[in-house]
Design a protein around this ligand. Structure first.
Ligand code: CA
Length: 375
């Protein structure tokens, strides 16, 4: 039980006496107000938190998932922990959210760890690795295979507690304005593709272009770029890509199961009573599951919609030699990263060991099953 200071006591006593509710002030990150609707004796401290995100405001699935997480926390805590969610740029620029949570400007953030490769290259292994593990396997590694402990260790110097909170599932390979028949066709290709996947495309002789989300469509339409990856049918349809490129390639070798993350400022997290910490973790686990379910359900619906509404769209599998060439380049990219960085080596070794073990099991379980039922 935390010590009640005199100021808090007086504030609470006067509120109870007045029988009215006080508005929560969010400056200090917590409030001790009594709520008019609560029982007369209200001992639970109330917390008003902020969550910054890397997503545009109201972004389907990812931004929605962050909002749902906040709603569930509020419901489960009976209003003791309220979290206001901000889209990228609303409180801090999207790609400054790691720093904002690290410094306590915001108590929480939601995003993807590969955005923080500049802080530590090893962060990328907790989100998406080209030709790495899919959503089910990543969840198994992070939640049950020791990944989370390594992630916590990596984020501790930044005053952050990482919690897995969402997964995109296997993404699509992207929209191309011309056909990719062999590895040679990637030479000179200008593609919007971030992260490790971009490094792989560069090894193949292409150039990885960074464009903000809002500029991709126009860049593709005007030929500033020849191709772009984004997410999957649901988000790609909403971006309008089938209107400006005809070849829709799969699979998303570069993002086979991108893990989304919740980051919590360590001091803020440790300042929560145990039951609220447990509620944060339970809501994150629920959001982790909800986002993957939503991606799977919407992507299948929108793939059908793309095929029906855009008869010019050709949905194509990358040729085998393209995939095997890209895989070889991906191995080179990863070896270069772990050669220079002990933290990356440590995380990647755990990742890779787990992948090899679970791969042997997945061949007998998921893959064998898909082979039998045809998908
Ligand atoms: Ca993507």
């Amino acid at each position: 039980m935390s010590k009640l200071n005199r100021r808090d006591f007086l504030k609470r006593a006067s509120a109870v006496a007045a029988g009215s509710s006080l508005l929560a002030a969010c400056g200090s990150g917590e409030t001790n107000n009594a709520d008019g609707a609560a029982p007369a004796v209200q001992t639970g401290k109330k917390y008003q938190w902020k969550m910054v995100t890397t997503w545009p405001p109201g972004f389907p699935v990812l931004g929605e998932g962050a909002e749902l997480f906040a709603k569930w926390v509020e419901e489960m805590s009976a209003g003791r922990l309220k979290i206001r969610v901000y889209g990228g740029g609303e409180l801090v620029p999207a790609l400054e959210s790691f720093e904002a949570v690290s410094q306590g400007v915001s108590e929480m953030g939601h995003g993807a760890s590969y955005y923080w490769a500049g802080k530590s290259a090893a962060t990328q292994f907790f989100c998406a690795v080209p030709f790495g593990m899919n959503a089910q396997q990543m969840n198994a590694w992070v939640i049950s295979g020791g990944g989370l402990q390594l992630w916590e260790e990596l984020y501790a110097p930044f005053n952050l507690v990482p919690i897995p909170c969402g997964n995109t599932g296997v993404q699509m390979g992207g929209w191309f304005k011309r056909k990719i028949n062999s590895l040679v066709d990637l030479k000179g290709l200008k593609m919007r593709i971030p992260g490790l996947g971009g490094k792989v495309i560069e090894k193949a002789g292409g150039s990885a272009v960074l464009s903000a989300g809002g500029e991709i469509f126009t860049n593709l339409e005007r030929g500033v770029i020849d191709a772009t990856e984004w997410i999957g049918p649901y988000h790609d349809y909403k971006m309008g890509f089938p209107r400006v490129a005809n070849y829709y390639y799969y699979p998303g070798w570069h993002e086979p199961g991108s893990v989304l993350e919740l980051i919590v400022n360590r001091a803020a997290y440790e300042g929560l009573p145990g039951d609220l910490q447990a509620i944060v973790r339970a809501a994150a686990l629920r959001a982790n599951n909800w986002m993957l379910c939503e991606f799977e359900a919407q992507n299948n619906f929108y793939l059908k919609k793309i095929r029906e509404e855009y008869p010019n769209t050709e949905v194509l599998r990358f040729p085998d030699d393209v995939l095997s060439g890209l895989k070889q380049y991906a191995d080179e990219v990863i070896q270069e990263i772990i050669a220079d960085d002990p933290a990356s080596r440590k995380v990647y070794e755990s990742f890779d060991n787990f992948r090899q073990q679970i791969g042997a099991w997945s061949v007998l379980s998921e893959k064998a099953y898909y082979d039998v039922v045809g998908g």
